[in-house]
Design a protein around this ligand. Structure first.
Ligand code: BTN
Length: 325
């Protein structure tokens, strides 16, 4: 039904068509037409509705097509396979599944929408269709398991560089996995690792980036905490452009990391580090600790001086619960 409605609106090439006419052609009431229109809007179609005039098509969803994406890449050789879903539960789950079936290093899984997008600490990741990027990278790095967490930071740097490039904004990074614009979170990263004793078997790195979402459409508890590129820059961005720029940036950062180590990327982190010099509350396992952040070291660990201590300690993994703005 939605496809038929789309066809009718497209036939009218931007002119209004009344709800009554649409209803007659589809054999449904005007209320049912309105419901179908809402469905198309949720999928990213721009449809204007005007009393007495009906509906007209203003814009189609910002689709990501594999052919277009490949044509935009400067390092297509890095990426070995692409899997696109219009909707899936979680791209991380799909990528873990593919890893189990032997999918190669450099596999990209991308979805237009997720029904069970996962964030860190068991949180949900809002994943409406048509507006944002939800993707997972499957990697098989020649690294020992201790180095796994650094890939989250490498990904955050690659994403920040790509976002800055495309938008001309300056992204801030919050250790270990968040991107901020204007003091609000715009992207998060969730890495899931499988390892043998001395080697990583695979790493799935999930990236959620709010590209064109309207923050007013976020659930209430996120509205003053989250943002999107569109909101921060005041204009929309084609998702394929942002994705291609990120995949290229990742290919470059990953190669630098493998050949020269995380230290070679540290200046990019430091330029954007939102925590350096700030007092924070950090969750370390079951405990909450307060302290002052000195920065991030060459192995990607957070340097923290706990309250009342004179020496800094290195934190390999933890969650920042609060930080000074
Ligand atoms: C965070 O909590 O900040 C991490 C969010 C990671 C969300 C992305 S969206 C694509 C991928 N699939 C998931 O289920 N989660 C990650």
């Amino acid at each position: 039904m939605a496809e038929q409605l789309q066809r009718i609106l497209e036939e009218c090439e931007g002119r209004f068509v009344s709800g009554q006419v649409i209803g007659r052609r589809l054999g449904m009431s005007r209320a049912a037409v309105w419901k179908q229109v809402q469905g198309l809007r949720r999928r990213g179609f721009g449809i204007e509705g005007a009393l007495g005039a009906g509906y007209r098509l203003l814009g189609r969803p910002d689709a990501i097509e594999e052919r277009e994406l490949l044509s935009l890449l400067s390092h297509p050789e890095f990426w070995k396979a692409f899997h696109f879903f219009s909707v899936t539960d979680s791209t991380n789950s799909r990528a873990v599944e593919l890893a189990g079936k032997g999918a190669p290093h450099g596999t990209v899984v991308c979805a237009d929408a997720q029904t069970a997008g996962r964030g860190r600490l068991g949180r949900r990741w809002e994943s409406p269709p048509g507006t944002n990027l939800y993707l997972s990278l499957l990697l098989r790095p020649p690294l020992d398991p201790m180095q796994g967490p650094r890939l989250t930071l490498v990904t955050a740097i690659a994403l920040a560089m790509a976002v800055d490039d495309v938008t001309a904004l300056r992204t801030a990074l919050k250790w270990p996995n968040d991107l901020y614009l204007g003091g609000r979170k715009t992207a998060g990263i969730l890495a899931e690792t499988a390892a043998d004793l001395d080697r990583l078997r695979h790493v799935v790195i999930g990236i959620g980036l709010n590209v064109n979402a309207d923050p007013f459409s976020f659930p209430e508890e996120l509205r003053d905490k989250a943002t999107s590129l569109r909101f921060a820059a005041g204009r929309a961005f084609p998702r394929a452009t942002v994705l291609a720029r990120f995949l290229d940036s990742f290919a470059e950062c990953y190669s630098t990391f493998l050949s020269l180590g995380f230290g070679a990327l540290l200046p990019e982190w430091n330029r954007r580090d939102v925590l350096k010099g700030k007092n924070v509350t950090l969750r370390l396992g079951e405990k909450e600790v307060r302290g002052n952040v000195l920065g991030v070291d060459e192995s990607g660990m957070l340097l923290l001086r706990r309250e009342g201590e004179s020496r800094a300690e290195k934190v390999a993994s933890g969650e920042i619960l609060e930080f000074e703005r």
